[in-house]
Design a protein around this ligand. Structure first.
Ligand code: MLT
Length: 264
């Protein structure tokens, strides 16, 4: 489905299930489709709102400088357009986590809880920024399929790549349908995102940090550090999962989320 937000921009979304509203924010270079195991598996405890971030899936492109803050504002405007007035649980994985932290800074009164999966608060350092530039150059001359192919060994854990080829196929399938302009805009937003660390001590809502044990992009040590900076946050490590822990081990991921939601 699509909803129209400010300035006529279309945002793709699904709204499924019953319970506390949980807004699911996807990783790069994917779409809301990566959250299917969550909106299906948690439909009895969560009213899941999965949105396509700007430039991905069924959502419109950036018309200004790409930024995670703008993506957070889009989420705020989607909630408004769908007349969801109650505070929500925001769940973001990796890029989605950066957007969730931006939302937490901008709209703390709209938050009921936070789920930060395979993500971090620190900005890109000099090396990471240089790698973003290389990736932008690569994406300018190659297909979305080539982009995701170059990322797969880091996106998915060894265990998944060996034992669950259907997960690799699903990630390839979703990424292959994205536009190069959307991919490049997101890379610019990721490269230029601000340091979210100073805002962590201001977070006042229950927070769950989840990480795949084999995540090499944002490893368990990074997740533990993130949790340690948020008051009362709990950190759960998912075995046999890499960076896309929710897709790689949906049952364990959903179990951690279910426990978190039922305690809210
Ligand atoms: C993601 O999964 O969204 C990306 O790994 C984020 C990033 O590259 O910083």
């Amino acid at each position: 489905m699509q909803v129209t937000i400010a300035a006529g921009l279309q945002i793709g979304y699904d709204l499924v299930g019953q319970g506390n509203v949980v807004v699911w924010l996807h990783a790069f270079p994917l779409t809301r489709a990566m959250w299917r195991p969550q909106w299906q598996g948690l439909a009895d405890v969560a009213r899941s709102l999965a949105v396509d971030l700007r430039g991905f899936g069924e959502s419109g492109p950036f018309t200004e400088t790409p930024a995670v803050e703008r993506m957070a504002q889009d989420v705020h405007e989607v909630l408004d357009a769908l007349a969801i007035r109650e505070p929500v649980v925001l769940a973001g994985l990796s890029m989605g986590g950066y957007v969730a932290l931006a939302f937490a800074r901008k709209y703390p009164q709209q938050l009921r809880g936070l789920i930060l999966a395979d993500t971090k608060a620190e900005p890109d350092d000099a090396v990471a920024r240089e790698n973003r530039q290389k990736m932008i150059a690569f994406a300018s001359e190659n297909s979305p399929t080539a982009v995701v192919e170059s990322m797969l060994p880091r996106l998915l854990g060894e265990w998944t790549r060996t034992h669950r080829p259907e997960v690799s196929a699903e990630v390839r399938r979703i990424a292959a349908e994205q536009s190069i302009s959307g991919i490049i805009a997101a890379l610019q937003a990721l490269r230029d995102r601000p340091d979210a660390t100073p805002g962590l001590s201001d977070i006042r809502v229950p927070t769950l940090v989840v990480v795949g044990q084999e995540d090499i992009i944002t490893p368990p040590s990074v997740a533990e550090q993130l949790a340690s900076q948020i008051q009362g946050a709990k950190c759960v490590t998912v075995a046999h999962a890499g960076h896309l822990a929710n897709l790689e081990q949906p049952d364990a991921f959903n179990q951690a989320v279910r426990e978190f939601l039922t305690r809210l």
